[in-house]
Design a protein around this ligand. Structure first.
Ligand SMILES: Cc1cc2nc3c(=O)[nH]c(=O)nc-3n(C[C@H](O)[C@H](O)[C@H](O)COP(=O)(O)OP(=O)(O)OC[C@H]3O[C@@H](n4cnc5c(N)ncnc54)[C@H](O)[C@@H]3O)c2cc1C
Length: 463
């Protein structure tokens, strides 16, 4: 039986930055990382070499392995506390901003581009804000550092070499199946029939592992709160439509409270010149996402529109709710992403291949199946999305045109939120640290990475 000072479950950005901060201290700690996916050198999505067809790898090469969902992500680092998670609620704005600065410097040290988009407000940006106000949209000020997918992989590869060089042991293809807890104290974990013991365990399993974590929380009576459900579509239009916003912001984060339901709808993860992609959960549940490359560009911009719903008692299954809707879409498309033109959605008819070819825009997701989102999304979400697109048309004229493509469904599997203290230790289990997207605490690369740093710092206080 091996014993460690710290076990980190999950090698996504949260896990990696925990490891980085632990080794930076130069304390003689024995650290083990257990990761369900492959190492960064072996991570390949077959889609990239077989004409874009997903072959349903288990586990998914896009969301698992070293750097987690971050490796194939667009690598946009949001440098504002207002974006990407709930760290400010736990740590306060000032401490969160200090952490973001610290974490951003690590990204720079490992090769991130020094350019930051949207740091200062130019007169053009002020004019976009004026139009946003006129359209009842709130423009969130969030400077962005863009790594690009290829650069992100290279950077996380360097971080892998660095932490391994500093003595961290990493086991790939090793999904943790159980937490070992005795008398409200974490003792270790079980993986592949083996037991690994440690004084501290960090669980940072991302969205991919959030179902598993929730199950562990239920079983071990680890306290959680019901999380939000974010469901919507990915919008794709030609770059010309978004040019002004893209040139000035790279990514403009806009929030709208809809007329009919007063629901919050936000833009998310914008990819100028990018590509729409499918992402698979549990092997074959297709949901949509998007990314962009530093060098390779398309004629289109894509971004998500997400409707945030906060349900109350007795609802207790935000992930299942999201999956249920995604399954409906998959039922119509034989497990592909569905695509519909905005004009067809408004007229209550499905998009066909023939209607798709009437467009100026060609879809970048080649295997998307033309269909009808109104057979999938609840009425309330559909109305929210239509009203949001119409509001956005005031800032980016042409977006509400018939040809704008809506891909469905985009769903963010935020887990129930694990109840943790300011130190990210579980309220119910001592020495168990819960962080990143899987714990429902973060929703993006920067806050997940920063969360990793704080968890490590809290553990280091004991040594
Ligand atoms: C296509 C795509 C594009 C994105 N683009 C951006 C972007 O541009 N900007 C941005 O800020 N965010 C982006 N995101 C989101 C971002 O990637 C995540 O917020 C971030 O990776 C979360 O980090 P994490 O460490 O919490 O979890 P993850 O990155 O999901 O990592 C968790 C790791 O835990 C592992 N794991 C899960 N369960 C277990 C288990 N039981 N045992 C062992 N290991 C386990 C998984 O295999 C995974 O490697 C994108 C996500 C996707 C999918």
């Amino acid at each position: 039986m091996e014993r460690f000072d710290v076990i980190i479950v999950g090698a996504g950005p949260a896990g990696i930055f925990s490891a980085y901060e632990l080794v930076k201290s130069e304390k003689p700690l024995k650290i083990l990382m257990l990761e369900k996916g492959r190492d960064i050198y072996k991570r390949r999505c077959p889609k990239h070499t077989n004409g874009g067809k997903c072959v349903h790898c288990k586990p998914c090469a896009i969301t698992t392995g070293w750097a987690g969902a971050g490796a194939f992500s667009d690598g946009k680092l949001s440098l504002s506390h207002e974006v990407g998670g709930t760290l400010p609620e736990l740590l306060g704005v000032e401490e969160t901003m200090d952490l973001i600065k610290y974490t951003d410097d690590i990204y720079l040290k490992f090769g991130a581009d020094s350019a930051v988009h949207g740091a200062e407000f130019s007169s053009e940006m002020n004019e976009i804000r004026r139009k946003s106000i006129d359209a009842n949209l709130r423009l969130v000020h969030c400077p962005v550092r863009h790594l690009g997918t290829e650069k992100a992989q290279e950077l996380y590869r360097k971080l892998f070499d660095h932490v391994v060089d500093k003595g961290v042991e990493v086991k790939f293809r090793t999904p943790v199946s159980e937490l070992i807890i005795e008398n409200n104290e974490i003792k270790g974990v079980k993986a592949k029939g083996e037991e690994f013991y440690a004084d501290n365990v960090i669980v940072a399993v991302g969205r991919e592992g959030s179902d598993w974590l929730l199950h562990q929380c239920d079983k071990e009576k680890i306290s959680t709160d019901v999380g939000i459900v974010d469901i919507g579509v990915r919008v794709e239009c030609r770059n010309e439509i978004m040019r002004e916003v893209n040139e000035n912001f790279y990514e403009a984060k806009l929030i709208h409270y809809t007329k009919t339901f007063d629901d919050k709808v936000r833009t998310f993860c914008s990819n100028p010149g990018g590509f729409v992609s499918s992402e698979y959960y549990e092997g074959d549940l297709a949901v949509v996402n998007g990314h962009s490359y530093k060098e390779k560009k398309s004629d289109n911009t894509n971004f998500a529109l997400l409707v945030s719903q906060k349900f109350t008692e007795p609802f207790n299954a935000p992930i299942e709710y999201g999956k249920h809707i995604a399954r409906l879409a998959n039922m119509l498309t034989k497990n592909h992403v569905l695509v519909q033109r905005f004009g067809d959605l408004k007229r209550g008819r499905r998009t066909t291949k023939e209607r798709l070819y009437r467009n100026n825009i060609m879809p970048t997701l080649k295997d998307a199946v033309p269909g009808d989102l109104s057979l999938v999304l609840p009425h309330r979400i559909l109305v929210d999305i239509i009203e949001m697109i119409e509001a956005l048309d005031g800032v980016t004229p042409g977006l509400a045109s018939d040809e704008t493509l809506l891909y469905g469904v985009e769903v963010k599997f935020y887990s129930n939120i694990t109840r943790v203290g300011k130190d990210f230790q579980s309220e119910s289990v001592n020495n168990l640290y819960l962080g990143g997207d899987g714990a429902g605490i973060t929703r993006g690369l920067m806050q997940a990475s920063a969360n990793g740093v704080v968890m490590a710092r809290e553990i280091l206080k004991k040594y």
